[in-house]
Design a protein around this ligand. Structure first.
Ligand code: PLP
Length: 365
């Protein structure tokens, strides 16, 4: 071939490894010709969508021919009311993934550094490299973020620090005291992205809520999503909360209609469906205990998790075990790409799904 189109791409993009999503159920159906598959691979909400959300989506259908509200007025108003923030602090995204990319696009360029932890969410290196900036990986401690090690990685080239709390794929978390000590030492010119995709599941006295620090730290960006506890993964909607100047900047690189009309209506309805959120939490707490008890019985070690998933260790390769589980009709997530080759990440499902996973594990081990 005369021209190498990979070599033509931006330098950072040439070196990118694309995000590996959890295997969709119908893909496995096609591949193996089996039915009754369960998916515990993408931290999706096992409850299914809320009735109020389905009704809200129904009402949008007659307006399918119209562009969405590019300013997301109704959803922003609902967020302002629920979170006691002002509308000019909010940036809506096509999933919070979109917001993470907006941050990278607006604030990172070749020569700049972005700091994140070992075992951090795969989207941080992808977003960083895609804009030609340099990822700097701080060593983890007990599988979690070591905020002191992250501080040590900050140089005068650092523009952004990405932190997930709780973290995916490890489920680890940190509390207020560690966080405060960290934020006090980060220079004002370094943006700290606190990714709270799983915050709704955290039940702990020392629980950290990033929103409590927005007034104190102008360099703080908190990102959240409707994909997990609110059960809207298919619709792609998330947001960030930040200083209004940061939101102003993010808005400049946001595509005009990045959140569609169904997602806007659904997210507004989801915020108001307090009962659904409570049921999500309850199912998650019980499912977590069910899996932990099952793993204990099988003699398996796992990382205690505050998310809606748990990472469990084996004496064999996680990739092979993943394949064996596929043949049992159970989709989980291999995490070799995260540097955890002998582990699997398992999302918390319905009680019967958790049991099926445990039974399948027992058979294949
Ligand atoms: C799932 C997840 C997200 C959210 O993704 P969406 O794009 O909002 O669906 C963000 N951060 C982490 C750490 C996640 O695990």
């Amino acid at each position: 071939m005369a021209c190498d189109y990979i070599a033509l791409a931006n330098l950072g993009v040439q070196k990118l490894t694309p995000y590996q999503p959890g295997k969709p159920i119908d893909e496995l159906e096609r591949e193996l010709g089996i039915k009754n598959i369960i998916k515990l691979a993408s931290n999706e909400n096992p409850l299914g969508p809320s009735t109020q959300v389905l009704q809200a989506i129904e009402k949008v259908k007659p307006d399918l021919c119209r562009y969405p509200d590019g300013n997301g007025f109704t959803l922003k108003s609902a967020l302002c009311e629920h979170l006691s923030v002002s509308a000019d602090q909010i940036t809506l995204g096509n999933g919070s993934n979109d917001v993470l990319e907006l941050i990278a696009r607006a604030y990172l360029a070749p020569g700049d550094e972005a700091v994140f932890s070992q075992y951090a969410f795969a989207v941080y290196p992808i977003s960083t490299q895609a804009v030609g900036a340099t990822p700097v990986v701080a060593p983890a401690k007990d599988w979690g973020h070591d905020l002191n090690a992250m501080l040590d990685c900050i140089t005068d080239k650092t523009k952004v620090v990405f932190i997930a709390n709780p973290n995916n794929p490890t489920g680890t978390w940190f509390g207020k005291s560690q966080w405060q000590a960290f934020m006090q030492k980060v220079p004002e010119s370094v943006l700290v992205v606190l990714d709270e995709a799983y915050i709704e599941y955290v039940e702990n006295d020392d629980a950290l809520n990033g929103l409590d620090y927005l007034n104190q730290y102008n360099n703080l960006i908190v990102t959240r999503t409707f994909s997990k506890a609110y059960g809207l993964a298919a619709l792609r909607v998330g947001y960030s909360l930040s200083h209004s100047q940061v939101a102003n900047v993010l808005n400049r690189v946001r595509q005009p209609f990045n959140v569609d009309s169904f997602a806007l209506a659904a997210a507004t309805a989801a915020l108001n469906d307090v009962n659904y959120l409570q049921r999500s939490r309850d199912m998650n707490r019980r499912g977590m205990t069910q899996l932990e008890t099952g793993f204990d019985r099988l003699g398996l070690k796992y990382i205690p998790s505050m998310g809606n998933f748990i990472t469990v260790f084996f004496e064999q390769d996680g990739g092979l075990l993943y394949q064996k589980l596929l043949h049992e009709g159970v989709i989980v997530r291999p995490v070799g790409n995260y540097g955890l080759p002998k582990a699997l990440r398992i999302s918390i499902g319905k009680p019967e799904e958790n049991q099926r996973l445990l039974d399948a594990l027992e058979r294949v081990l």
